[in-house]
Design a protein around this ligand. Structure first.
Ligand code: SF4
Length: 338
């Protein structure tokens, strides 16, 4: 798999050979044997499905679990669940945003390349009725932990659905981060852990459910007051915090400095110039700049057929998430030219 780091290769091996959830392993193997009539000639993957994407990704898209005849068949997350299925819907949005090389996701050998994005699932084995048990989610989080450790540049997580959202907070709890009350999942809901705020606050919650109104700009003046980062999962240099170009904009913060070692309080050596937000709360602009060493969490409805066929989830809604959001969070040079 081109672009996959050695560390991610190790994680991939650990996932694909995992047998820790007997119920799921038995179910996946049975589905792989019995097959769906339309895929009778296919050799099903039938094993746990690892994440997929750019090892240098700054955005992690976190889904629920492989589909029985989708990723459990093809071996690649969000791949092969039928023409116009969730994989196609998601990949079309990423392609429009310049983050995916093709607008579909039907086969593992289709040449798809992701830029700045890594896609994984909270649970790596297809569960019956798409419903993993809480214990299975908890058990499988170890694999997500391992993937996170192999993705040193992550700044944002987009949780596709409530189970992924809750899984993320479960993972944070392992690190002692337990916001109370726990932020509720919603399309466009955003949670950003700022060390200065204590255990975590909801910085932005969007207007939900319409195509063009996705986000509001967060608290004015938060950028530039970076200070000390108390928890850093992976060492590395954060070279650019990002800029937001439209109302609600932080105009200047370019270089942030070096983040310290994992688990050790680190210091942002050059916090930059505090920015100002001229018009906070502008609908349609999802402008949030992450604090180094933290991960911003964004809620997004899952692109299931049930959601997309009923209009609960529309392409413009996804464009607002992956277009507007990433335009703000990811500087253009890292993105694929179209
Ligand atoms: S769901 Fe996760 S932990 Fe359970 S068997 Fe599959 S890969 Fe292993």
């Amino acid at each position: 798999m081109p672009g996959t780091s050695a560390q991610l290769d190790g994680v991939r091996t650990a996932i694909t050979t995992c047998e820790r959830c007997p119920r799921l392993r038995v179910y996946c193997a049975r589905i792989a044997r019995e097959k769906r009539a339309a895929y009778r000639g296919d050799t099903y993957w039938g094993r746990p499905v690892p994440g997929f994407g750019d090892p240098q990704a700054r955005v992690l898209i976190l889904g629920l679990a492989p589909a029985a005849h989708g990723a459990n068949r093809t071996g690649r997350v969000f791949t092969g669940d039928g023409v116009g299925g969730s994989g196609d819907f998601l990949m079309a949005a990423l392609h429009r945003a310049g983050l995916a090389s093709i607008p579909t996701s039907q086969r593992a050998d289709d040449g798809l390349r992701l830029t700045d994005v890594y896609i994984a699932a909270a649970v790596r084995c297809a569960p019956p009725d798409n419903k993993p048990t809480p214990d299975e989610v908890t058990t499988c989080l170890d694999h997500l932990e391992a993937e996170l450790a192999a993705l040193p540049r992550l700044q944002m997580v987009v949780a596709l659905g409530g189970i992924a959202w809750n899984a993320w907070f479960q993972l944070l709890a392992r690190r002692g981060i337990t916001p109370r009350p726990k932020p509720a999942f919603a399309h466009g809901a955003e949670w950003r852990w700022n060390p200065a705020d204590g255990p975590g606050t909801v910085s932005t919650v969007s207007t939900v459910g319409t195509a063009s109104t996705v986000g509001t700009v967060g608290t004015p003046g938060t950028v530039g007051t970076l200070g000390t980062v108390s928890t850093v999962s992976t060492p590395g240099t954060v070279s650019t915090v990002g800029t937001v170009s439209t109302p609600g904009t932080v105009s200047t913060v370019s270089t942030v400095g070096t983040v310290g070692t994992p688990g050790t309080p680190g210091t942002v050596s050059t916090p930059g110039t505090p920015g100002t937000v001229s018009t906070p709360g502008t609908a349609g602009t999802l402008g949030t700049v992450s604090t180094p060493g933290t991960l911003t969490l964004l809620g997004c409805y899952h692109p299931s057929r049930q959601n997309t066929s009923t209009g609960r989830v529309t392409p413009p809604m996804y464009d607002a998430i992956f277009g507007d959001l990433l335009s703000a969070a990811i500087p253009a040079p890292r993105r694929r030219r179209r």
